[in-house]
Design a protein around this ligand. Structure first.
Ligand SMILES: *Cc1c(COP(=O)(O)O)cnc(C)c1O
Length: 388
């Protein structure tokens, strides 16, 4: 059997490794504790206690009440549910405002409701991926049901001024939803201070399992579920709870409280050393996205004159995982919709890669990548300029 190459995982915005402490907390609920939390016996009540604790832990991370947390199947379902609810609760309002750099879970939902007679205004960003709040304000109409703006971008890490956007929506009297999938666990969040109606998060971006997430629903927000059936999650999301994953997400939220500091110091330092070393040692490297307002773990770089796919392949052969923009768009030959929305030239977009650091990355791994990556880029540049 060929040796499994050591993986250097720099694709944490795409998914993360389950923390061993999260797995440990999940195990009983995959083995011996199989009672239904909605059951009326003591065996089920033990399980119910565990999912209750998960609500408490996620609420503590967000600064909200435990019953404002609704567990879902992930970021995509949370995004869909928030927009669905807002439209259902405002039947005379058929307009959505969003941005051109949202995740497809929001953009494709909007596209789907446009086919059913709704209107959508997509607010553009500038070359640095920033939003013009004046333009956002002008996009809100009397018939706007909901504004959906992500907190931080998954491809570039660019952070939007959430508090200002939330206040703007409040002053206009429209529902406000934010996709905070990339923010939760990377930046402190205190929903007692920001007037948000809905906030989406996803377990697997936070060292919990894939296929679990949560939607924060402000207790004052009128709500209509997407999934209907049983009374689970306070009647806001029907279907027997995905207990092991929900319990794991609770543990991941608790861990995130203690690792937030590390994200902003150690992980940020890794990312910053990665960028400054490449910028100093290699010609034609450019950072995509406003460097003054970015997540501490994300680096989206353009390598002038080189096809990013060729670099990705060389890195992959060396066991280094990174991403061509959003992983949801790999396979498609088009450059990512986020980089296109920033009006980067096609050439620059096609030469761009996303590196996203995380809790398990080490200085030694970074040293190795900083050897492999510049070599790969130089070699590819030589090939492309070599006479035929
Ligand atoms: C990953 C991601 C999602 C989708 O979450 P899933 O749990 O994979 O459905 C939504 N929004 C953003 C910003 C993401 O990064």
């Amino acid at each position: 059997m060929p040796a499994v190459p050591e993986i250097i995982y720099l694709d944490n915005n795409s998914s993360t490794r389950v923390d061993p402490a999260v797995l440990e907390e999940m195990m009983p609920f995959l083995t011996t504790q199989y009672g239904n939390p909605s059951g009326s016996h003591h065996f089920g009540a033990i399980v119910k206690e565990a999912t209750d604790l998960a609500h408490v832990r996620v609420a503590a991370l967000l600064g909200c009440e435990p019953n404002e947390v609704v567990f879902t199947s992930g970021g995509t379902e949370s995004d869909n549910t928030a927009l669905h609810s807002a439209l259902q609760m405002s039947p005379d309002r058929r307009h959505i405002v969003t941005t051109s750099v949202e995740h497809n879970a929001v953009l494709n939902y909007c596209e789907a409701v446009v086919r059913r007679g709704c209107a959508v205004t997509v607010v553009e960003v500038d070359e640095q991926g920033r939003l013009d709040l004046g333009e956002l304000e002008r996009a809100i109409r009397p018939d706007t049901a909901v504004v959906s703006v992500m907190w931080a971008n998954n491809e570039t890490g660019v952070i939007f001024p959430l508090e200002e956007i939330a206040n703007l929506c409040r002053s206009k009297g429209v529902f406000f939803h934010t996709d905070a999938v990339q923010t939760v666990g990377k930046m402190p969040i205190d929903l007692s201070k920001v007037p948000v109606h809905f906030l989406s998060l996803s377990g697997h971006k936070l060292h919990a399992a894939k296929g679990v997430g949560a939607l924060y629903v402000n207790r004052k927000a009128r709500f209509q579920p997407l999934m209907v059936g049983g009374p689970q999650e306070g009647g806001r999301r029907a279907g027997t709870d995905n207990v092991p994953s929900i319990v794991g997400l609770g543990k991941a939220a608790e861990l995130a409280m203690t690792t937030l500091e590390e994200e902003n110091t150690r992980v940020r330092a890794l990312r910053d050393r990665f960028e400054s070393t490449l910028l100093a040692g290699l010609e034609g490297v450019m950072i995509n996205g406003d460097p003054r307002a970015r997540l501490p773990n994300t680096s989206n770089l353009a390598f002038t004159g080189v096809d990013a796919q060729a670099i990705l392949l060389k890195l992959d052969q060396a066991g280094v995982c990174c991403s061509l923009g959003s992983s949801c768009t790999t396979g498609a030959v088009q450059p990512s919709h986020v980089l296109r929305a920033m009006r980067l030239t096609n050439e620059r977009a096609r030469s761009s890669l996303r590196f996203s650091f995380g809790r398990y990355n080490t200085e030694a791994e970074l040293d190795k990548v900083l050897e492999i990556l510049p070599c790969a880029v130089r070699k590819l540049r030589q090939l492309s300029t070599a006479p035929a």
